[in-house]
Design a protein around this ligand. Structure first.
Ligand code: FAD
Length: 384
């Protein structure tokens, strides 16, 4: 017997996993997405996302990643799907206090994970491909990996359907009801009724909830894939992350599925309209990023750009998540502000949503949006 009907809007990492966990717990779930799970314009689009344990000393996030690691590994095995690929990572800091790493260490140790400071001479010996000239400290995290992003969303949706869940490709255009959502209306002319509604609409969240506008920003995140020169040894290089002054962060995956050397940035400077803006290469961003990667990996000088993808961040002003009741609607929940670090957390988010609905277990206080009422400008989630 069904525990009740639930509509989940958005089949990205957060909505898809929420729908799966709720269906698994005995609810009758309909998952609605306007363009398909992990489509190319969504936050969960593209090939890969990193999963790593270090979270700057935050207990809430450390607990969530620990759970996510376990659930990714569990479901990859249960479903016979190779969505998680392990590769160690190197954290590099340029002229700044490595507090993000050092504060992570005790919380990680408690859970049996390792993040060791590593002497720069040792780094130079292990990875002669890296120019360490201006790096002041480095840390090594052996258990890190990358997850297949778009493909994982499609797999989660398929597994959700195997449990009896219903998937509908349509766009939700409005909500009906006062105090409670009675139904959502779709572009395709449907009126979908349920007991509970979950909204995980990523960069489109503000279309249904314009009141989020002051606290959510949607930004342009370009990802580049460079051809690696022969004998560069990318397969032996770790995933790397580099923190610089001004809360700037860059990271990459060498030998990315044999499709080149992936480079991405964590700056949130360039706003993006997720539907209307051009998603091609922006020359000034490309030039800035190419200079950064060539400085760090000199053999990439003049490397051909094999592929490019413009993705979107949907960030809260402090870069932390928002998970709470949707305004005055007692039976509706919003999940947003995944802020460029939400993909890995999909399974943990799904489990938290399921426990929130089934057991009335509150979301962490840290995820309430009222914390942002006095926040004037964007800060980075890597600020500690
Ligand atoms: C370049 C880049 C690198 C990243 N790197 C990492 C990383 O290394 N590790 C990590 O953990 N995270 C990373 N992230 C962040 C992560 O990808 C996102 O936090 C996560 O994918 C967001 O998932 P979501 O489900 O909230 O949103 P989305 O994936 O955007 O899903 C929202 C879905 O809702 C649907 N939708 C919206 N409105 C409606 C509507 N009205 N009706 C029906 N459907 C609707 C959309 O079609 C979409 O499919 C990165 C993000 C980017 C862009």
């Amino acid at each position: 017997m069904s525990r009740g009907k639930i509509i989940v809007v958005g089949a990205g990492a957060w909505g898809g996993w929420s729908a799966y966990m709720l269906q698994h717990a005995g609810y009758e779930v309909t998952l609605v997405d306007k363009a398909g799970p992990g489509h190319e314009k969504a936050g969960s689009g593209g090939k890969t996302r990193i999963i790593r344990m270090a979270y700057g000393g935050s207990q809430v996030y450390t607990d969530m990643v620990d759970l996510s690691f376990q659930l990714w590994e569990h479901y990859c095995e249960a479903w016979g799907q190779d969505l998680y690929h392990e590769k160690p990572s190197l954290w590099m800091f340029r002229g700044i206090d490595p507090a993000y790493a050092t504060l992570s260490q005790p919380l990680m140790r408690e859970k049996g994970y390792v993040l060791d400071e590593i002497d720069l001479r040792e780094v130079a010996t292990r990875y002669p491909q890296i120019n360490l000239e201006d790096i002041t400290s480095a840390f090594y995290e052996p258990k890190v990996g990358y997850l297949e992003a778009s493909r994982a969303c499609k797999v989660v949706k398929t597994e959700f359907e195997k449990l009896g869940g219903t998937y509908l490709e349509d766009k939700v255009i409005s909500l009906e009801g006062h105090g409670r959502v009675e139904a959502v209306l779709t572009e395709g002319g449907k009126r979908l009724k349920a007991d509970q509604f979950i909204f995980a609409c990523g960069p489109w969240m503000k279309e249904l909830f314009p009141e989020l506008d002051p606290v959510i920003k949607v930004t342009r995140q370009e990802v580049y894939f460079y051809e690696e020169p022969e004998r560069h040894g990318g397969e032996d290089l770790p995933i790397w992350l580099e923190f610089r002054e001004g809360d700037r962060m860059y990271y990459g995956i060498p030998d990315h599925f044999n499709q080149g050397f992936k480079l991405a940035y964590d700056q949130r400077d360039w706003l993006l309209d997720p539907d209307h803006d051009d998603r091609g290469v922006t020359e000034p961003i490309f030039e800035e990023m190419s200079a950064i990667v060539v400085n760090r990996f000199p053999a990439l000088q003049g490397a051909k750009l094999l592929k490019h993808h413009t993705c979107v961040y949907e960030s809260s002003l402090d870069g932390r998540y928002i998970m709470e009741q949707a305004g005055d609607f007692a039976n509706a929940t919003i999940l947003c502000g995944s802020s460029g670090h939400g993909f890995k957390m999909g399974p943990a988010v799904g489990q938290m949503v399921m426990q929130y609905i089934r057991d009335q277990k509150a979301f962490p206080r840290e995820f309430r949006s009222d914390r942002l009422h006095h926040h004037k400008s964007m800060t980075s989630p890597y600020e500690v």
